[in-house]
Design a protein. Structure first.
Lengths: 172, 105
């Protein structure tokens, strides 16, 4: 039952890194553990037969959304003092557990991809089926999602622009 | 053709429920706005995981479509939330949500 072991390993990594993420004192460490948790979720998606969702999880969740958090953390300590704090936070021994988890996930995905037969648990739903469904019965939901994203864009632009102008007035 | 091993749906749903609970505890316990937003992300991701697991169990594409809608919601929510976080930071000078709630008028 090696396949099930892969699932339980990814699930365990996801749980442990999520618990570590919500219990960390500083935000940078929490962010690193949260990214590992999302990568473990992506492995689970791939295992249960949703490869397109796994790719989206890595590209959008662990990529784009987490980068927003990184930007905000960078904006919040924009000073030499902040740099010193970051230097203190990112000690080499802090990387041991995240590196271990990442190595385990990498080993899992390497094993899955190197096996000749496709490792399938549950029913495979490929990107083509998802796309046909998405732009068939669910096309109204796509429109609503696009409007939601536009509203998010306008709101973020409005809030962030005022932040930057006030920061400029404060420093000058 | 090898025998297909199916992950039990209950275990996937249990994982999603535990992740959701961790995120909920994070929202309730943490007082840093940035970490509260991260906990909200954990909760949304747990919902997406539940949709994917259930969709895979019945072999339907609907689960993945719901996951994509959750992704759109998470992106919009986090962009507006982080903009508000920057406003709180410039106005109050801290990210502690208790201090933010005490400032009235």
């Amino acid at each position: 039952m090696l396949e099930l072991a892969l699932f339980y390993l990814a699930a365990g990594i996801s749980l442990v890194s999520t618990i570590l993420a919500v219990t960390r004192v500083n935000a940078t460490h929490a962010l690193i553990y949260l990214i590992i948790s999302l990568l473990a979720s992506a492995i689970i998606f791939y295992l249960v037969g949703a490869p397109f969702a796994a790719v989206l999880e890595v590209v959008i969740y662990a990529g784009a959304i987490m980068v927003l958090f990184v930007f905000v953390i960078m904006m919040l300590n924009l000073s030499p003092a902040g740099e010193a704090i970051e230097h203190r936070w990112l000690q080499p021994r802090m990387w041991i557990i995240p590196a271990l988890f990442c190595t385990l996930l990498l080993a899992e995905i390497t094993y899955m991809l190197s096996r000749g037969d496709n490792l399938l648990m549950g029913h495979m739903v490929g990107p083509k089926a998802v796309g046909l469904e998405l732009f068939g019965p669910y096309v109204l939901a796509v429109e609503i999602a696009s409007m939601l994203l536009l509203a998010g864009l306008v709101g973020a632009f409005h809030l962030g622009r005022r932040y930057l102008t006030e920061l400029r007035e404060e420093t000058s | 053709m090898t025998e297909v091993v199916v992950i039990p749906m209950e275990h996937g749903l249990l994982l999603a429920a535990i992740l959701f609970l961790i995120g909920l505890l994070g929202v309730m316990v943490r007082r840093n706005i940035l970490l509260i937003l991260m906990s909200l992300e954990i909760m949304l991701n747990a919902c997406g995981l539940a949709f994917i697991v259930v969709g895979a169990h019945w072999g339907q594409a609907d689960g993945q479509i719901m996951f994509m809608l959750i992704l759109a919601i998470a992106a919009a929510e986090v962009s507006v939330g982080l903009g508000m976080l920057l406003q709180v930071h410039i106005r109050i000078g801290t990210l502690d949500i208790d201090l933010a709630s005490r400032m009235r008028g």
